[in-house]
Design a protein around this ligand. Structure first.
Ligand code: TMP
Length: 230
């Protein structure tokens, strides 16, 4: 009998959506649940090679001037390493929760970063080709949990907290956030159209406690639907 792979949950959202706080709280809460084993990971990163690539990709001096295509390929290179680790953990029975995954590449590299419609079309094709070869099938997240926030709110939160500026994406203008938001919408609609992965949209304009409760319930429901938990 073919055994069902464990859940693989990707947490997605714009900078300023409260994703880091949510991931930290999920880690704390889920570590108290002894009935199940979790691995928390992140993108770009998650493996020694992936973390080294992260340092290059998020360093504006090294990658800020690279073409959109070069940056997109960099994220998929890191992802390819990451998926080898994720596959092994799932086979060993762990539920994997990743802070960002391929939805971020679609929102940032395909939508937010592109200069015009022609470049966007080219990167859109490249994205789905790579995704269908690297991520598709049993490697795809079983759930995308998306922290949805109006772009203006995400931008204002980012601006109000300058201590959060960690990479060159953190200094982008409002228009970048608007394109990112449209990119996430497109990506998730496409995922829903194709089936295979579930999508949960969480209203990230709520308080951190409310966001946490909604996200936690969505994750538990998803895990329970795939596994037999006590
Ligand atoms: P974070 O770990 O604080 O979320 O920062 C990661 C940054 O990398 C964030 O600004 C989004 C960006 N990113 C991309 O541009 N493309 C991607 O595919 C991923 C995974 C992240």
């Amino acid at each position: 009998m073919k055994t069902r792979l464990t859940p693989f949950i990707a947490i997605e959202g714009m900078d300023g959506s409260g994703k880091s706080t949510l991931v930290r709280r999920l880690q704390e809460r889920l570590s108290l649940m002894s009935d199940h084993r979790y691995v928390f990971t992140r993108e770009p990163g998650g493996t020694p090679a992936g973390e080294a690539i992260r340092n290059i990709l998020l360093d504006g001096n090294l990658s800020g001037n690279a073409s959109g295509k070069t940056q997109l390929l960099g994220f998929f290179y890191a992802r390819s390493h990451h998926l080898e680790m994720i596959g092994g953990k799932r086979k060993a029975g762990f539920t994997v929760i990743s802070d960002r995954f391929d939805g971020s590449t679609f929102a940032y590299q395909v939508h937010a970063q592109t200069a015009d419609g022609n470049e966007r079309e080219e990167l859109d094709d490249l994205f789905w080709t790579l995704r269908n070869n690297i991520v598709y099938g049993e490697n795809a997240p079983t759930l995308y949990l998306y922290l949805d926030l109006p772009p203006k709110t995400a931008y204002a939160r980012r601006d109000a907290d300058s201590s959060q500026a960690k990479n060159h994406y953190d200094t982008m203008p409002l228009a970048f956030y608007e394109r990112q938001h449209a990119g996430y919408d497109d990506f998730l609609s496409e995922i829903e159209r194709h089936g295979g992965s579930e999508v949960a949209r969480i209203d990230a304009s709520q308080s951190p406690d409310e966001v946490f409760e909604d996200a936690f319930q969505a994750i538990l429901e998803h895990i329970r639907s795939r596994l037999i938990l006590p």
